[in-house]
Design a protein around this ligand. Structure first.
Ligand code: FRU
Length: 470
């Protein structure tokens, strides 16, 4: 691998640093990559520009954990600049073969160094025996060009092993300008056969022009393609972010390699959620991470020498055709002390002045009553508010720096649960066991206040302080 002296920006202030979420020690980060389990550790990599707080030539940053919640930062795993990845090691995934850890990633190469819009992309391998030091494969690229009907966008291979073959899906744009996902398979990781597009956007406005970061898997008897399409037009309260992340569900046809699917559905309705990647744990749970930011989001931590975070790892499940996300159960290991424990309070409103900015809120409500949870600062400034309308099941999120609401629905039942993870500059909301999720970066240097209101006093709240190693 090319040698490079990394010049990290100086971290001048830790006011926004998250305590139990993965962030880069310094410099920029975006998508999670290479999520896997190898020799007793979970590994997660991420798109990383260590030399600046802005996106730039992509490296792979790296962390590992024995339990999904206490993470250790490791040296940079991939550095760009070799023949096949001259201008970036873009997103990709990981697989274990013969007790070695293989990364498959996209090489990003500019045709003209002064024109970021003219490039070619290919797929490459790197391998490690210890899960720390990686060597690029001498035979790179393993896929040198996209199929003939493809545009330049050809990236983000997601790998899995099934029916005796290695399989990958790759994000793409076809020559008609439509987003799609391509599939390949291989016996040995080095030689790949093209199997065709598994799904293609109906139109740019409705389904986008590049489908980034695809992830195809079966869950609870359904085939699901999670991906991040660029270019879907906002439609009332849907698709409000610059780009979205969501999924198609249906049936994957093994003969034709195509996914017969329904409508695109957003996975998280917050402002800061993009480019997911999932894996199955040794005990059979499918866990997903996302980049907890969005391209157009303000990132004031850039002034402090770093930028970006990953979401808390979430377990995926399917219920009534909907993908649900809930924080992994290992969160219990981070609980340090109970800060609040109330059952059926006297007042309909409960105000909690948080002594820490890293905490977990578990609220159980009567689903037949309206509920709202507000996060304010100690000057009473509203930072975010989530509200639930009992009659319709409508859930709305309002954020301080955005006039646009975010909205979705949960099914109305006798019970409503709200699970909220706060971590210094982030808020992740899970309602009704993950039926509605909102991921947000929230920047405020003052102390936080949580104000819960319901139409009745028929609710309970438990709040834990959370620790962490980050
Ligand atoms: C998604 C993405 C990927 C690409 C990477 C580059 O956020 O655009 O498609 O591989 O980021 O950093």
């Amino acid at each position: 691998m090319k040698n490079e002296t990394i010049n990290y920006p100086e971290v001048t202030n830790e006011r926004y640093r998250l305590k139990y979420h993965i962030t880069a020690p310094a410099g920029w980060m975006n998508d999670p990559n290479g999520f896997c389990f190898f020799k007793g550790y979970y590994h997660i990599f991420y798109q990383h520009h260590p030399n600046s707080t802005q996106w730039g030539p992509m490296h792979w940053g790296h962390s590992r954990s024995k339990d999904l919640v206490n993470w250790e930062s490791l040296p940079i795993a991939l550095i760009p600049g070799d023949q096949e990845d001259q201008d970036g090691c873009f997103s990709g995934s990981a697989i274990v073969k013969d007790e070695r850890l293989y990364l498959i990633y996209t090489g990003h190469n500019l045709k003209d160094k002064n024109d970021p819009d003219s490039y070619w992309q290919n797929q490459n391998l790197a391998v490690s025996d210890d899960g720390i030091t990686f060597e690029k494969f001498a035979g790179n690229p393993v896929i040198s060009i996209p199929p003939e009907d493809n545009d330049a966008d050809f990236r983000d291979p997601k790998i899995w092993f099934e029916n005796g073959k290695y399989n990958i899906v790759i994000g793409s744009k076809n020559k008609d300008g439509l987003g799609r996902v391509l599939m390949y398979n291989s016996d040995d990781l080095e030689h790949w056969d093209y199997l065709g597009p598994i799904a293609t956007a109906k139109s740019v406005d409705s389904e986008g022009f590049v489908w980034e970061c695809p992830d195809l898997f079966e869950i609870d008897g359904q085939d699901v393609l999670v991906m991040s399409p660029q270019g879907i037009k906002a439609d009332k309260l849907k698709y409000r972010n610059f780009f979205q992340t969501g999924y198609l569900t249906g049936k994957f046809d093994e003969e034709t390699h195509s996914l017969h699917h329904g409508e695109f559905t957003e996975l998280d309705y917050g402002h800061d959620f993009y480019a997911t990647q999932s894996m199955v744990t040794p005990d059979g749970r499918r866990i997903i991470f996302a980049w907890m930011d969005m391209w157009e989001s303000p990132m004031p931590e850039q002034e402090d020498g770093w930028a970006g975070a990953l979401t808390f790892p979430r377990e995926l499940n399917m219920k009534n055709g909907k993908l649900l996300m809930t924080p992994v159960e290992e969160i219990k290991k981070l609980r340090e002390k109970v800060l609040l424990d109330i059952t059926k309070p006297k007042d309909t409103t409960t105000i909690f002045e948080a002594p820490t900015k890293s905490f977990e809120y578990l609220g159980n409500f009567d689903g037949q009553e309206n509920v709202s949870v507000k996060i304010k600062n100690s000057d009473n400034k509203l930072l975010i508010e989530v509200s639930y309308q009992a009659v319709t099941g409508k859930v709305t999120l309002q954020k301080y720096n955005d006039d646009l609401l975010r909205e979705t629905n949960v099914s109305v039942a006798n019970k409503l649960d709200i699970h909220l993870l706060m971590d210094n500059s982030s808020a992740e909301l899970f309602m009704n066991n993950g039926e509605a999720c909102f991921s947000e970066r929230v920047y405020d240097e003052k102390e936080l206040i949580v104000e819960t209101s319901s139409d009745s006093t028929n609710y309970d709240i438990k709040i834990y302080e959370l620790g962490g190693t980050m």
